[in-house]
Write a protein that binds this ligand. Structure first.
Ligand SMILES: Cc1cc2nc3c(=O)[nH]c(=O)nc-3n(C[C@H](O)[C@H](O)[C@H](O)COP(=O)(O)OP(=O)(O)OC[C@H]3O[C@@H](n4cnc5c(N)ncnc54)[C@H](O)[C@@H]3O)c2cc1C
Length: 543
């Protein structure tokens, strides 16, 4: 059934069904996911593609946040690659707005810094794509239902959690009353105010920023380049910052930085907001206000993303200031990191120690994101005279000095975090882009096509090196060369260069397309080291 929400969007309303668990003693499920936001739904879709059954519990019966036009709008290349693997990217691309050019301005039109993230990109996905968060959630729900491996239970609110070393017990409240179920693995994706985290007494060390922002999502006819513009100092906003982003359905997000002591209710009044927008677009430009919402930045971070058999992903584990669009992207990438590991453990192919690497890899990613997002906040909202002097110096130098430009563009969101230093990584642990592949038999593929069934991917220019792994079920092998009908054509050597393979060396990719290892040659010692790293449990039939 479809309902119309207050922002004028047509959103789905999903049906509540009485769970069978009411009529039996507490059932144990291999994976229970709490929360159907970006993180929970991405994980559910990932597990579905791997054939791993799950139950996802969500207290709501729709996508997005009730009454809000959207929170997240910007999705980074890595997230888009994950969605390609999960089979929803084409829908996202059709609906959303791909972009790669970002400009930072002072005054009305003075560009102090500009980038085009598409320049060095080798991915089939654009560096960025803007789309309202609820559309992505909706596409994920449709895909999960289509794959029909797990079950989403709408209007099922987790109200109590008891965790120990062997399993987790949950009390779930529904319109029919409460029931209990057990989870072998519980993944908490229930967001910023996670009740699961609270019930388990886990501390996140929250902090709230003092700066104030007000989002205005608007529709207008004026032709604008499909680029991200940031006015560091905007004359139409009393010298404070303004962000402008296109998104789906012809809607633009304009984010106005407000005075520190702003009255939040006043600044978000539609008539007050309209005056700000008029100053930006010009009095004669008609526009429609889709949604207005104030926000202030927050941060929090769990010490460990695992507690007994409970794993935390998305905002439940970490929250960053929205500047830089890292929150949702990070939750999506948490799910990407966790899905293949959970699948190997649940299939008995890896010991549960593999899951230790989840927090070990994603917590540093969260710290990195917090750091960059906080630097953006500090740059746009200097809180002391010293910070303001530095900001002014950076603005003055930005046009000509590279170091000043890096202070404006604190980090490329389109570049995925590398898992260097993780117990799993024998190399830099970087993410390999989803490049397009032409096979010698003329077939066109993409790298993600080889990452759908959870095997490690071994790639080399040496057929001999790959032969060592050819009959091993743990690996999918890909040869770069001209000799066989299923070799990858790489006439200019770009693919080998991107993968870092040369002179017959071999690269081993994980199912999330991060580099696990590179070897000069493949032998039994190298193979054993790979197995040791992923905590592989030898099973006769796989060899
Ligand atoms: C103004 C703003 C702009 C942003 N812009 C971006 C952006 O451009 N790009 C980006 O990547 N991120 C952005 N973010 C951040 C992004 O919106 C969040 O990081 C993201 O929504 C987190 O996803 P999640 O799945 O972890 O949690 P949520 O989206 O909060 O989902 C949690 C889910 O859990 C359910 N739930 C909660 N409690 C229970 C319970 N007890 N039982 C059952 N279900 C429960 C809820 O119904 C909900 O569906 C922005 C945030 C804000 C505020």
């Amino acid at each position: 059934m479809i309902e119309e929400n207050v922002s004028g969007y047509q959103l789905p309303r999903f049906e509540y069904r009485r769970p069978a668990d009411f009529d039996q003693t507490a059932q144990r499920y291999p994976v229970v996911i709490v929360g159907g936001g970006l993180a929970g739904l991405t994980l559910a879709a990932d597990l579905s593609t791997r054939g791993i059954a799950f139950v996802l519990l969500d207290e709501d019966n729709t996508v997005g946040v009730k009454g809000a036009s959207s929170r997240g709008i910007v999705y980074a290349q890595k997230s888009l690659e994950i969605f390609d693997r999960l089979g929803i990217y084409d829908k996202i691309a059709e609906k959303g707005v791909a972009w790669s050019v970002g400009k930072s301005l002072v005054g009305e039109k003075d560009i102090i810094y500009e980038f085009d993230a598409a320049k060095d990109s080798q991915s089939c996905q654009p560096p960025f794509l803007n789309i309202q968060q609820f559309y992505i959630e909706w596409f994920l729900v449709d895909r999960i239902n289509e794959l029909n491996v797990g079950e989403i239970r709408w209007m099922n609110r987790v109200k109590d959690v008891i965790a120990d070393e062997t399993h987790t017990l949950l009390e779930v409240e529904t319109p029919d009353g409460s029931y209990w179920l057990e989870a072998e693995w519980l993944v908490d994706c229930s967001g910023l105010a996670s009740g699961v985290r609270e019930k388990l007494g886990l501390e996140t060390f929250p902090e709230k920023g003092t700066e104030r922002w007000c989002i205005s999502d608007i529709r207008f006819k004026k032709e604008m380049p499909l680029e991200r513009w940031t006015w560091v100092e905007s004359p139409v906003n009393d010298g404070r910052a303004v962000w402008q982003h296109p998104m789906a359905d012809g809607v633009w997000r304009i984010d106005f930085q407000m005075k520190l002591d702003s009255d939040v209710e006043y600044i978000s009044r539609p008539d007050v907001c309209e005056e700000r927008v008029k100053k930006l677009l010009g009095n004669d430009e008609p526009f429609e206000l889709v949604w207005v919402g104030p926000w202030a930045s927050r941060t929090h971070l769990l010490d460990d993303f695992r507690h007994h058999r409970v794993l935390f992903a998305g905002d439940s584990a970490h929250v960053f200031p929205p500047l830089g669009a890292r929150g949702g992207n990070s939750g999506i990438q948490d799910a990407d990191n966790l899905g293949w590991k959970l699948a190997l453990v649940l299939r008995g192919l890896a010991s549960e120690s593999l899951l230790q690497s989840y927090s070990q890899e994603r917590r540093p990613a969260a710290i990195h994101n917090t750091d960059l997002a906080t630097r953006s906040v500090r740059f746009l909202s200097p809180q002391s005279d010293g910070q303001r002097v530095l900001r002014n110096a950076v603005i003055a130098l930005a046009k000509n000095c590279e170091f000043a430009q890096t202070m404006i563009n604190t980090g490329r969101l389109s570049t995925a975090f590398s898992y260097q230093g993780s117990d799993l990584s024998m190399d830099e642990g970087e993410s390999i882009p989803n490049f397009s592949i032409l096979l010698t038999n003329g077939q066109q593929q993409k790298l993600v096509d080889y990452a759908v069934d959870g095997q490690l991917i071994a790639i080399s220019t040496s057929r001999e090196a790959l032969n060592q792994l050819a009959n091993n079920a743990l690996f999918k092998v890909l040869h770069i060369g001209q000799t066989d009908p299923d070799s990858i054509v790489d006439t200019d050597g770009k693919i080998a260069e991107t993968l870092g393979v040369k002179d017959g060396s071999i690269v081993i990719l994980r199912p999330d397309l991060h580099v696990l290892a590179r070897f000069k040659q493949m032998d039994s010692a190298a193979l054993n080291e790979i197995k040791r790293r992923i905590n592989y449990v030898e099973q006769g039939e796989l060899q």
